[in-house]
Design a protein around this ligand. Structure first.
Ligand SMILES: C[S@@+](CC[C@H](N)C(=O)[O-])C[C@H]1O[C@@H](n2cnc3c(N)ncnc32)[C@H](O)[C@@H]1O
Length: 206
């Protein structure tokens, strides 16, 4: 089974414990505390679109990208229920982040990634960075939420160490803030996996 089939079948069977149905508390905290103003934004590996829609509701012009067509169908359903003014600020795209089409657009002054970097890095971290290099410009800000290798759990989110984050994302970005937090409780459970919240700013020169 290909990666695409694997993800799509998880959406088909409902095996997506990360999908809480609510915007990420950590995203909301960072938007407020860092006072990130509404701008063009992209949600990488957006899943069923909860966070992309939340950004649109806060005034961002958002593109949500995921390579699972089923996930993007759910995003589009979600967007249909929005007030039309908010709905106009969000669009969804089925695309592989390792080979993004022209329509991905950019540059994006803000990007959000909850649980996509920690998956994609296992296949090709340079491919992930190449896409980020293409869709962001100097001083772009990004928030990456990833599983934390200090508490690996099986089953659980893929995990990454602080050193790996700095060595990988640090190739393109300054790490403005790196803090530990816990993901919101997984669907149907009380467990909150330990995670990293990584606020990034694109360097003017790599
Ligand atoms: C752990 S889920 C997180 C989903 C969403 N960000 C959330 O927080 O609910 C990872 C997502 O990355 C997507 N994904 C995995 N590989 C991808 C790729 N190469 N290109 C685009 N999306 C990908 C999957 O389909 C899945 O929706």
């Amino acid at each position: 089974m290909s990666e695409l089939e694997r993800w799509n079948s998880r959406y088909a069977s409902g095996d997506m414990p990360w999908d809480t149905g609510k915007p990420s508390s950590e995203l909301l905290r960072v938007l407020d505390e860092e006072q990130i103003p509404p701008c063009r934004a992209i949600d990488l590996g957006c899943g069923t679109g909860t966070n992309a829609v939340c950004l649109a509701e806060r005034g961002f012009d958002v593109t949500g990208v995921d390579f699972s067509p089923l996930a993007i169908d759910r995003c589009r359903q979600r967007a249909l229920a929005l007030n039309p003014e908010v709905g106009r600020r969000v669009r969804f795209l089925v695309a592989d982040l390792f080979a993004p089409p022209e329509q991905i657009g950019g540059p994006y002054p803000f990007f959000f990634d909850r649980g996509c970097y920690h998956v994609l890095r296992r296949t090709d971290v340079q491919g992930y960075l190449k896409t980020l290099e293409r869709i962001t410009g100097a001083n772009a800000v990004g928030l990456v939420l990833a599983g934390n290798a200090r508490e690996p759990m099986e089953p659980g989110p893929p995990v990454v160490t602080e050193a790996e984050i700095r060595a990988e994302l640090g190739q393109l970005f300054d790490v403005v803030r790196l803090r530990e937090f816990r993901f919101d409780p997984l669907k149907g459970e009380e467990w909150q996996p330990l995670a990293w919240s990584c606020l990034l700013r694109r360097r003017v020169r790599p």
